[in-house]
Design a protein around this ligand. Structure first.
Ligand SMILES: C[S@@+](CC[C@H](N)C(=O)[O-])C[C@H]1O[C@@H](n2cnc3c(N)ncnc32)[C@H](O)[C@@H]1O
Length: 270
């Protein structure tokens, strides 16, 4: 997958809106399509969606959502190629666990950690399913641009709550739903689809295909409340410092000055 394709997929609100959704698009079809994609294409150079970055223009270094994690047990949902696990391992986490639907991604993550003298317990499974992760065990569960792939948001949040100790912290980032709805047309930002449309749709990327749904922010907030979380922080504004530092003149940077492109939520299990 080249960088342009990734930007189209995750950053520029790409996707074929209005494409009829096949009747047989159920959870299994979504999992199969998406894991084939992640197994064969991967995301090796996605530096912007691995910690310390929550997305292109929001960083842990500025917001300090985790604080001191030394001696803490952490679980990553949708670990991808393991760069975020490396970040947490180097900051002194006592245990690292990770779940991902793609065997190939897990293989890469394990190799990456090993080459940095680190290790994690990896589980290959959809995040939606029971997969042997211990309950009431973790101080932190986190996920960088992976939660939105779930076919069952409420069920996934319930599972995540069960993995956490009481007062444990859940932090995740994903594409901001406003960003997913807006496209640029002749220098103006216009809505290309309804903010309220949460249907799954196919996205053609780099000769592959992914299935994606854009959920409203309220859907995430209400699912968290239902699963027994209280929200401590919601971040949706891009960091000026990062944009200035990178002197970024890209379409995405112009967009990020006008509207939120990423959101990050820090929630605590009650
Ligand atoms: C954009 S990548 C995440 C990148 C990751 N933050 C990193 O540091 O590399 C999304 C990941 O979510 C995984 N994924 C997609 N659907 C999933 C599901 N239903 N359950 C678990 N993992 C899933 C993919 O295999 C992929 O590795």
């Amino acid at each position: 997958m080249d960088e342009k394709s990734v930007n189209r997929l995750i950053s520029n609100g790409g996707g074929e809106v209005g494409v009829a959704i096949p009747e047989n698009m159920n959870k299994n079809v979504i999992h199969k399509t998406n894991s084939i994609y992640w197994d064969t294409k991967g995301n090796d150079f996605l530096k912007a969606i691995t910690l310390p970055y929550y997305g292109w223009f929001i960083s842990e270094e500025k917001h300090q959502l985790f604080g001191d994690i030394s001696g803490k047990k952490l679980l990553e949902i949708g670990c991808g190629n393991g760069r975020s696990l490396q970040y947490q391992g180097e900051r002194g986490a006592s245990e690292l666990w990770a779940v991902d639907i793609s065997e190939k991604q897990i293989e890469k993550a394990a190799q990456h950690l090993e080459s940095h003298g680190l290790s994690a317990k990896f589980i290959c499974s959809p995040m939606e399913e029971e997969c042997g992760i211990p309950e009431d065990y973790f101080d932190y569960v986190y996920s960088i641009y992976a939660i939105g792939w779930t076919t069952d948001l409420e069920g996934t949040f319930r599972r995540i709550a069960s993995y956490l100790k009481k007062d444990g912290v859940f932090i995740f980032s994903w594409s901001h739903p406003i960003h997913r709805c807006v496209t640029e047309d002749d220098g103006r930002f216009v809505f290309r689809k309804s903010y309220f449309d949460e249907a799954w749709y196919p996205v053609a990327v780099d000769e592959g295909e992914l299935l994606l749904a854009d959920r409203m922010l309220s859907t995430y907030v209400n699912a968290l409340a239902k699963a027994g979380f209280v929200i401590e922080k919601l971040i949706e504004q891009s960091d000026d410092e990062i944009m200035q530092l990178r002197d970024d003149k890209s379409d995405l940077a112009r967009r990020a000055k006008m509207l939120p492109v990423t959101f990050v939520i820090k929630a605590r299990k009650l």
